[in-house]
Design a protein. Sequence first.
Lengths: 479, 479
Amino acid sequence: MAQEKIKNIMALSSLTLGKNEQVILDLGDHYVGHFSIDMKSVDSPMDAPLFLHLKFCEIPIELVENSDDYDGLLSKSWLQDEYMHLDTLPQTLELERRYSCRYILLDVIDTSPKWKVQFSNPTFVAQSSADLKKVKPVKTGDKMLDRIDQVGLKTLQDCMQRVFEDGPKRDRRLWLGDLRLQALANYATFDDQNIVRHCLYLFGGLPAEDGRITTNIFTSTEPIPDDTFFYDYGLFFVSTLSDYYEHFKDKQVVDDLYESAKNEIESALQAVNENDLVEFKQDFFVFVDWNMDFDRHTCAQAILIYALRQFISLAKLEDKQEDVLHYQAILNKLITGAKEQLFDSNQGLFWSGEDHEVNIASQVWMVLAHVLSDDDNKKLMDNAIEKLFPVHDIATPYMYHHIVVALFESDHYHDAVKLMKEYWGKMVDGGADTFWESFNPDDPAASPYGSLSINSFCHAWSCTPVFIIRKYITKEYDK
Amino acid sequence: MAQEKIKNIMALSSLTLGKNEQVILDLGDHYVGHFSIDMKSVDSPMDAPLFLHLKFCEIPIELVENSDDYDGLLSKSWLQDEYMHLDTLPQTLELERRYSCRYILLDVIDTSPKWKVQFSNPTFVAQSSADLKKVKPVKTGDKMLDRIDQVGLKTLQDCMQRVFEDGPKRDRRLWLGDLRLQALANYATFDDQNIVRHCLYLFGGLPAEDGRITTNIFTSTEPIPDDTFFYDYGLFFVSTLSDYYEHFKDKQVVDDLYESAKNEIESALQAVNENDLVEFKQDFFVFVDWNMDFDRHTCAQAILIYALRQFISLAKLEDKQEDVLHYQAILNKLITGAKEQLFDSNQGLFWSGEDHEVNIASQVWMVLAHVLSDDDNKKLMDNAIEKLFPVHDIATPYMYHHIVVALFESDHYHDAVKLMKEYWGKMVDGGADTFWESFNPDDPAASPYGSLSINSFCHAWSCTPVFIIRKYITKEYDK
């Protein structure tokens, strides 16, 4: 498929399209919403229905891929194709479904040899619960950082609908891993309290039968908790609740959800063995990143420490003295276990798993968990930069977020800014209007699902530069 | 595609279908109408839309053909496929469009690996403006003729909607060639006066700019006359008007449409040359049959005589003495011209065109036009049977109708019944629930459009055995 001519949208109604003819509409930016268009037949009377294929695409590569050939891991139903027959024209086609796109392919499968179709008044009604006008653009003095911020803001805006969605194209639902980062990005920008509170109550109010917090909730019907559980995501319920309180000081929500948070901590602690280390059992899954090839034991230990620390602050807030003492003792043991059994003092790095694998994710999460002193944290990250940089084979902006924050938190400002510009900047250079769910600079065509076209190209967990820039660079936001 | 198991429809809701799984519903007979079905998801929560393909088929071969491979002459949009995404379940899918079918394929393109779809309450609301209960089935004493009559009645019923449609699957509109035969079949069975009158007024009221009667009218919007003209179909407006008056004696309609009929005769007479023979000019098209390989000059001459004879009877009815004399003189010249210039007395057959081609259609139409005396008509058909039978390379039940009627009208009862049983009977033996638009016994997979799947398998012009049987066999109907 080649875009033969670029025309002004006002010229659309001067085109007539017959069998196998196509036109691509470019909205000029990424939007989420509903599409309608007027159609009429020209030439002879319409002696057959119009058979029309529409395809809604976030990035140009989706236009080129043929959905019929899709063979990825996720459902083909996520590809934003519509096929429809229109028995009579003129007609205004108003599509009921919501799409996430910048490009709209109008692909005329057939009219008849005797008539063609003419399109006019294409209308895309964009929707979001966030208003970009309310957010002051950053002025970092660095054009690339400013552009990264703009793209990040658009990403966050388009993922803010009735709930925080992970991606408006695919999944379109509330995921805990995304929620935690979206909420932080939101505090620094749109600052919508209601949506975060709403999402927290959904997770707290809809646990699985055994009390565990689900990874995600379906919200387009009556809310339904999914039946999947990630070790890290469950703990991030505690973390999101703690972040929410820190920002809004809204104690009522903590009062209501404290027991849910405690249950989640208890559930996570069941994975701790007699040596005070997290040890995976059969049904444990720790996400961390879409690269599934590195060991996650040490990440899990660090994330447990990270969340438990936040939980203890909630216990103090709730004045649960017994809980404070109980969990503080556990926290100390987890930290000691990590320092004594997982840290390789020769290398100055943490290892992970039985094979003593050294990977970047373990160092990052141990930095974020502040297991070491600030000085030792800085040294740990020095060693990580020396031995594990440049970062490679990390698949998601989600994990890059944690690496960049770990750099800032361990006093590596310039490395942090450099990595952020290299990583998110490379998406910007690649034409991103919104940041992508998955991006491995070493392999830009990679997909966790075996097909690039099923990836979400506006994904919540990728919007975090808007938080990072305001917190660590312009310092206009301090949680 | 193989139908693995045949189950009772009550078992439908016990099936769960995932990616690439299919089930075919069999309505047990051919129907025209609207379909709805309930759907719900089973197993894990629905974590992706349902992507469903439905295909509505009149005969089983349409189920086997892949619509994607269709490459026929007519628009692909006529294939009765629907592709749809359902974002949430449970849901009742109520399809807006009307379908013509016996078989409904539910083809699950994708659910997701985590859930499947379950169907229940499939509902097909059939529609027709004709009530089969009002028609007494014939009892010919011949099981095959009785079955042919049943299938013909179902065909006519399913083509009787707001207007007489040519085929409820494809075209779905009012064609003059079909209307003439449908009206006759209707007089012998359902006997609905309003629908014929309505159709006559549509044609008479919506001529082309030059006054000519169109071949067909689009009726699913405000009525629109098509921009195609067939020599024979135009004349059949006169014929249909005359048949209508003969049956109902409703002179008002003739009063209203006499001038339209006269215009059509005048237009047709422009094709007559100085030798009193129809001579084709560039933009003339004479349909007669979908086999386009035989010469049509003599058919056209005969059809003009046939219609002119009926027009003169209308002129007498309207007491237009001048018209009667004028057109009677022309009729005489056309008959003389035919007998003197087109009849080969050596062979005892009519030839056609410059190459003096002898074909079955010319003999049949000359018999129907009663150009010869009854005795000579009988001899003409004797010669046709001897030299041109068995009939071959005739593509449509429409032309077979005229052959069979010509046999009856020329006193060849047994040959007529034999041919009817051989031809329509072969469709019955092939499992026809309704009679097909096109059927060449020498080449059953043939299509006038280059693809069998685009053929209409319930087609108005094929229903005429219900008229023929009642008029010529049981003689319970006499126009």
